[in-house]
Ligand binder design. Structure first.
Ligand code: NAP
Length: 328
């Protein structure tokens, strides 16, 4: 039996990845692909022989009539508006935006003011490696952000076990597709090619998401780098006195031994080229025993593990499929 699914935002960067992956998913029947009324599938020749259906303008009544689950991959304000009526109609929602990620109402209203009042009930934070049980029971899955996914996977097991102490610095780099398909002066080729730029200071909303999940404050500095896709984060922390490389390795293995999409690289740092176009997050580290300085690096493909792949991984858990179904 397959689950009839729809995508809202199918013409966007993350939405196009969802179309490609869901069209071949063994447990999903991609029924409906929607975007704004400007959209047309004629402008997406890459869908030929993958998704032959039309991309149609957004219509909530049509979605509710046709599908059991919807992937929302639209700007936050629109996701915040669409989530409640879809849930009320009994549709399960996998939202890729930040609108429902922050559990604390004040934090959510600070960073996502358009996301309105209280979180809908049965909302889960959609990072499979940490919240499998909640995702299985959820009606709304707020899929984890791209930068936070790498940072949380790298830090949460160590922070939870008290293996790191003191300030944590996350130096994060993202390819330009992280900004979506609408061009801006910052993402214009001649602005970002041959350039690296830090942004989001003094505070970035993804820091709130990371802090929510690891339970401690971080310094998070994102950078735009001239790559199409990929996120690379170098994380600087101090290991607690007496913590050894072996302790770090054991803690990661305990956390991710059964996780199909986390690969550990002991004594080596990972590279974007190894995770591009896949749903893997690779994590490597070095602990200097003379100083207890711990350098961790984590990387992923922002459009797959950071967006579409993550949402499908959550869908697989929610519907009882193999967590790897349909994922590269
Ligand atoms: N890019 C990433 O790496 C990434 C990673 C994680 C999460 N996300 C999140 O995923 C969401 C999508 O990101 P993206 O980068 O894919 O954005 P994008 O490339 O800008 O695509 C946005 C999509 O939303 C649709 N849309 C916009 N306004 C609409 C409206 N009023 N009605 C119906 N559809 C509308 C667009 O349709 P048209 O083509 O018709 O304009 C397009 O399909 C965002 O919330 C983003 O924060 C993105």
């Amino acid at each position: 039996m397959t689950v009839p699914v729809g995508i809202v935002g199918a013409t966007g960067y993350a939405g196009q990845e969802l179309v490609r992956l869901l069209a071949r998913h063994p447990g999903a029947a991609l029924d409906t692909a929607m975007a704004s009324d400007r959209a047309s599938s004629a402008s997406l020749p890459g869908f030929d022989r993958i998704w032959e259906g039309p991309v149609v303008p957004l219509s909530v009544p049509d979605l509710v009539d046709r599908v059991a689950a919807v992937f929302l991959t639209v700007p936050e304000a629109l996701a915040a508006e669409l989530g409640p009526p879809l849930l009320a109609a009994g549709v399960r929602v996998f939202d890729l935006s930040g609108a429902f990620r922050l559990v604390d109402d004040a934090e959510r209203q600070r960073w996502y003011p358009e996301s309105g009042g209280a979180l809908p009930c049965q909302t889960a934070y959609g990072l499979a490696e940490r919240h499998r049980d909640a995702i299985r029971d959820a009606r709304l899955v707020a899929c984890a952000g791209c930068y936070p996914t790498a940072a949380i996977l790298a830090l949460a097991p160590l922070a939870r076990q008290g293996l790191v102490v003191g300030p944590i610095v996350i130096d994060a780099k993202s390819g330009i597709s992280g900004a979506g398909k609408s061009p801006s002066e910052r993402t214009h080729f001649s602005e970002c090619h041959d350039n690296i730029e830090a942004y989001g200071l003094p505070a970035h909303r993804h820091a709130a998401e990371i802090e929510q999940e690891i339970g401690t404050a971080v310094t998070f500095v994102p950078h735009l780098v001239p790559l199409n896709r990929g996120i690379f984060e170098t994380i600087y922390a101090m290991a607690a006195p007496g913590v050894s490389d072996e302790d770090v390795a054991r803690t990661y293995t305990d956390a991710y031994g059964d996780a199909p999409f986390v690969r550990l690289r002991r004594g080596r740092l990972p590279e974007i080229k190894d995770v591009a176009y896949t749903n893997f997050c690779d994590i490597g580290w070095h602990l200097d025993p003379r100083s207890q300085r711990l350098v961790i690096a984590a990387c992923l493909d922002n459009l797959i593990k950071g967006a579409a792949g993550q949402a499908i991984q959550n869908f697989n858990i929610a519907y009882g499929y193999d967590e790897r179904a349909g994922l590269p």
